[in-house]
Design a protein around this ligand. Structure first.
Ligand SMILES: Cc1ncc(COP(=O)(O)O)c(C=O)c1O
Length: 291
């Protein structure tokens, strides 16, 4: 979540981003994510929903909200079973707990819909966004229902809140997204990129995940000598030397993250793809020789 305060650092599900394990307070609970390579999406979903229900049953009274990314970004580009959020929301409503959706990575068209949550047909209670709205200018947003907004009635002021330069930039970013049909474009280019990635044959590729221009390529090891994280680093370095910056995420830091600017051209995607194919087969040759 936004910022580096004690509370926000405590709610990230990825321990490496916390300063200290002790930052996790007793009244913050984590769910297993509804995704696993070993289980079907449905089994994974049911497991997490059961976990959610038992936490709510026991502690629902003191829980204010559940926070989730509609598609996990740093977690490794993980989407959930299409019914997961809708079922989780029903449980939350039953216990009077709000749903906060973090759209910092998924927001503003990246996934081929304006917001990532649109893939699941759920209306959350609160949406937070940042990054893409400012196109480089620092800005973040908090959107909620009238009822929740009206409950915040204390005096408040913030040095950068409502900054006119950032707000004007955000409005022109939104106009630009609309005028150039970037949401639709992310859907089309994303499907194209996903199909091309799926066609690549390499023993290092375990799975391709995600939607729109938010795609992940899960790397796997082919022996005990070199880990999936090491293979990922080799690929990323070689791609960087060839002029392509690809992200890295996943709990084991072994997922290539394709999250390019929404204005990227198909030619650039094709150039990246042909280089990636060469790099993957080069590593295979190298590792095979080493073995
Ligand atoms: C999903 C998500 N939420 C929140 C943040 C952090 O936002 P901020 O830089 O405003 O603290 C990030 C940062 O990359 C992010 O990926």
């Amino acid at each position: 979540m936004h910022g580096r305060t004690h509370l926000t650092l405590s709610v990230t599900g990825i321990p490496m981003w916390r300063l200290d394990e002790k930052l996790v307070r007793e009244d913050i609970f984590f769910l297993d994510r509804p995704y696993s390579l070993e289980k079907s999406d449905e089994e994974a979903m049911n497991h997490t929903l059961q976990q959610l229900e038992s936490i709510l049953e026991e502690h629902g009274e003191k829980i204010a909200a559940m926070i989730l990314e509609p598609i996990q970004g740093n977690g490794g580009i993980i989407m959930y079973h299409r019914d997961f959020i809708i079922k989780a929301k029903a449980l939350l409503e039953h216990y009077g707990v709000l749903l906060i959706v973090d759209e910092v990575q998924t927001g503003y068209g990246r996934t081929g819909k304006m917001f990532g949550i649109n893939h699941y047909e759920v209306v959350p209670d609160i949406i937070v966004t940042a990054k893409a709205l400012g196109n480089g200018i620092p800005i973040s947003t908090f959107s909620t229902t009238d009822a929740i907004a009206q409950s915040f009635n204390k005096a408040s002021s913030s040095t950068f809140g409502g900054n006119p330069v950032a707000a004007t930039t955000a409005l022109s970013v939104l106009n630009n997204i609309e005028q150039h049909g970037l949401v639709q474009r992310a859907e089309e280019l994303g499907s194209y990129l996903k199909e091309r990635l799926q066609e690549i044959s390499s023993p290092f590729i375990q799975e391709i995940r995600g939607v729109g221009l938010m795609l992940g390529l899960q790397i796997q090891a082919i022996n005990d000598e070199v880990s999936s994280a090491q293979i990922t680093d080799i690929i990323l370095e070689e791609m960087k030397d060839r002029g392509f910056l690809i992200g890295k995420n996943g709990l084991n830091r072994d997922c290539l993250a394709f999250q390019p600017p929404l204005v990227i051209e198909k030619d650039d995607l094709n150039a990246m793809l042909s280089n990636l194919i060469e790099v993957l087969s080069g590593i295979l040759d190298r590792l095979t020789v080493t073995i």
